[in-house]
Design a protein. Structure first.
Lengths: 121, 323, 204
């Protein structure tokens, strides 16, 4: 069965980059969100298995989304995709329950690597 | 192969220095420019520490720059304008430059190396001695130009524009710190007669002689300027009316006793002098103070010349004309 | 705002590339300065270069500001001049982090070092993403302390047609450091950049 996946990034290009980096063999159904608030609206109303989440976004940033997921007990895996890869930031999102941290700009190798590591493919 | 065949002679002929070091600051390469100017051989220094080979390097400073190149993988720069040289190398203008060492522009570049290979930094050294020499000439010229801009061409005392600026500043200071301030305006008596008798060269000679003689009678803080034609002014900071009148009297007598020799002829001259003190409540502009001193000068002339008159509070233009 | 004929997709693409470049730069800076750098989304605007002076006139009116320029040039006709503007107050904060001690180096050297680090780390991150690499001219002080920022900009931006204004704000744990970066770009370089953006957009 296809995995419901949410790609959340304020940039259209970045969303496309994630989509394009995913392998054909990855059976998923995609939805997108342009900021943290849109993402939460989707997460609250539907079952989502995996979220690709950007950190720096308008309205509500990625850290805010992670906090809400944790507070509301929403059940989903989150892979953070960010250009900001400072150790302090990585530590913070991991503490908030993120599964993995991928540095922007993304490419196939990075995405496939992390999907394999956590058994999605 | 072709690249190597071409690049090596080009590097050897380059009129700039090239040094390549690794991340432990050991020399990996240097070109003929550095070999010649530094009087050393690549074969002898390869593998040795940059800081041992060039013992005079500003080590802490340079290490910080090189570290930023390695950590940030971006270039660092140094300009001769801030640091005249990094490497003590002789230059090719030993006669025309006042500096002993080559002025340098340096660029420190990260070199792209394969992963897991030791990172390398390329240091490019450009000879900026010519720019340095031009800059020195330029600064000297600017200093002279500025001086010329303040001086009266003939008498070498301050010119009117600069002298008036000084007067404005002194008035500002006197107001601010509540210091006293006085002004002397003086005029050569019957200058037209001098010109008629000795010619314009003679008249000019008298102006030059007297300006220099009066200058020698003043304190360092007093400011002498040529106000126009045969009229001069002296700004006396921290001096009240009484003190200024004494100075004026002394000058007046000294000039009257002073004889000048021009074309084997002895010339004597006298001065009429007006003195006024700055009054913060009455003088709002420097022009007001000049007008008061000018009125006193007029009175000195009117009452017989070769004398000093002080401005008395209450005198007005109207008075001046009525008398 | 004049968008200089950039399409919405091109603009989005440019913004993302700049965001990522900023992220890479702040990561490098954080490691180099040994502090956490909080990054805000840089706002970008494309404007005619002649409008640049008025944009900055107010912000730097009453402050002692430094303006430092550095030329950059890469493959595929990417070239221009980067100007970093910041308040002198900020310069002293960051110079302490860089390990400069008072009297250590001249103020001018400190200012050119700071600007060069900000400019080259950011532009290198940008170049990496568009598979380009850039060379830089030595940083040059346009003005520090004295002189009117708008006048100095007027004299510089005069030579260029377009400008990409990038508002950058670095927050360094307990010190805040704000600066503005202006990328002045000649007309033909703008179309070269558009071509590069289109190529990236096509790939996705």
């Amino acid at each position: 069965m296809a995995l419901p996946v949410l790609i959340c990034d304020d940039s259209i290009l970045a969303r496309k980059q994630v989509r394009k980096s995913l392998p054909e063999s990855f059976d998923a159904e995609f939805q997108t969100a342009g900021n943290g608030l849109e993402a939460l609206a989707v997460l609250r109303s539907q079952e989502i298995g995996l979220v690709f989440l950007d950190l720096t976004m308008p309205e509500l940033d990625g850290v805010g989304v992670l906090e809400a997921i944790k507070a509301e007990g929403i059940d989903c895996f989150v892979i953070v995709i960010s250009a900001d890869i400072q150790p302090e930031m990585q530590k913070r999102v991991m503490e908030l329950g993120a599964l993995a941290f991928v540095q922007k700009p993304v490419n196939e190798d990075k995405i496939i690597g992390v999907l394999k590591q956590y058994g999605f493919i | 192969m072709f690249q190597e065949m071409v690049c090596n002679p080009v590097l050897a002929a380059l009129n700039s220095g090239v040094i390549v070091i690794d991340d432990e600051y050991n020399i990996r390469y240097l070109n003929a420019f550095i070999e010649r100017h530094g009087n050393l051989q690549l074969s002898e220094v390869a593998g040795k520490s940059l800081f041992n080979v060039f013992a005079d390097l500003p080590e802490a400073w340079l290490k910080r720059k090189l570290m930023s190149v390695l950590d940030l993988n971006s270039p660092a720069f140094s300009s001769w304008e801030q640091r005249q040289y990094i490497f003590k190398l002789p230059h090719l203008r030993p006669i025309t430059s006042s500096s002993q060492y080559m002025a340098q522009n340096c660029t420190m570049l990260p070199l792209a190396t394969a992963q897991h290979e030791q990172p390398l930094i390329c240091i490019l050294i450009e000879d900026a001695t010519d720019a340095f020499v031009y800059q020195q000439h330029l600064s000297r010229t600017l200093i002279e130009l500025e001086k010329a801009n303040r001086q009266d061409g003939l008498t070498k005392v301050q010119n009117r524009r600069y002298w008036e600026e000084q007067l404005k500043q002194e008035i500002h200071r006197a107001q601010r710190y509540q210091h006293s301030l006085s002004l002397i305006l003086f005029d050569l008596d019957k200058f037209k007669d001098l010109n008629d008798k000795y010619g314009h060269l003679g008249g000019d000679f008298v102006l030059v002689e007297l300006a220099s003689f009066i200058g020698s009678l003043l304190r360092d803080s007093d400011l002498l300027g040529r106000y126009g034609g045969e009229e001069f002014g002296i700004i006396l900071p921290d001096t009240g009316l009484e003190g200024a009148a004494e100075v004026a009297e002394r000058i007046c007598r000294a000039v009257a006793d002073y004889s000048m020799l021009f074309n084997q002829q002895t010339i004597r001259a006298t001065l009429s002098m007006g003195v006024a003190e700055f009054e913060p409540k009455q003088h709002f502009l420097h022009d007001d103070l000049i007008r008061c001193a000018d009125m006193a000068l007029y009175n000195a002339k009117r009452t017989g010349r070769n004398r000093v008159c002080c401005y008395q509070a209450g005198e007005t233009d109207y008075h001046k004309k009525a008398n | 705002m004049n968008n200089l004929g950039f399409s919405e997709e091109q603009r989005d693409c440019l913004q993302e590339i700049i965001n990522v470049a900023m992220g890479l730069a702040s990561d490098k800076l954080a490691r180099f300065l040994n502090t956490f750098v909080h990054l805000q989304v840089p706002s970008i605007a494309l404007v005619g270069a002649m409008h640049i002076p008025e944009e900055f006139e107010n912000r730097y009116q009453d402050a002692e500001a430094a303006l430092v320029s550095q030329g950059f040039f890469g493959n595929e006709g990417v070239r221009g001049e980067a100007i970093v503007l910041y308040q002198m107050e900020n310069a002293h904060k960051i110079s302490a982090l860089l390990g400069y001690e008072a009297g250590d180096v001249s103020e001018i050297e400190m200012l050119t070092d700071i600007s060069s680090i900000l400019t080259t780390t950011f532009l290198n991150g940008l170049a990496d993403q568009i598979e380009n690499s850039l060379s830089y001219s030595a940083p040059r002080i346009l003005s520090s302390r004295h002189g009117n920022v708008a006048d100095v900009l007027k004299n510089t931006s005069f030579h260029w047609e377009h400008a990409l204004k990038v508002d950058i704000s670095y927050q360094l744990i307990d010190h805040s450091f704000n600066c503005d970066m202006i990328l002045l770009i000649p007309g033909e370089a703008v179309s070269n950049i558009k071509n590069i953006l289109d190529r990236i957009l096509e790939a996705y």
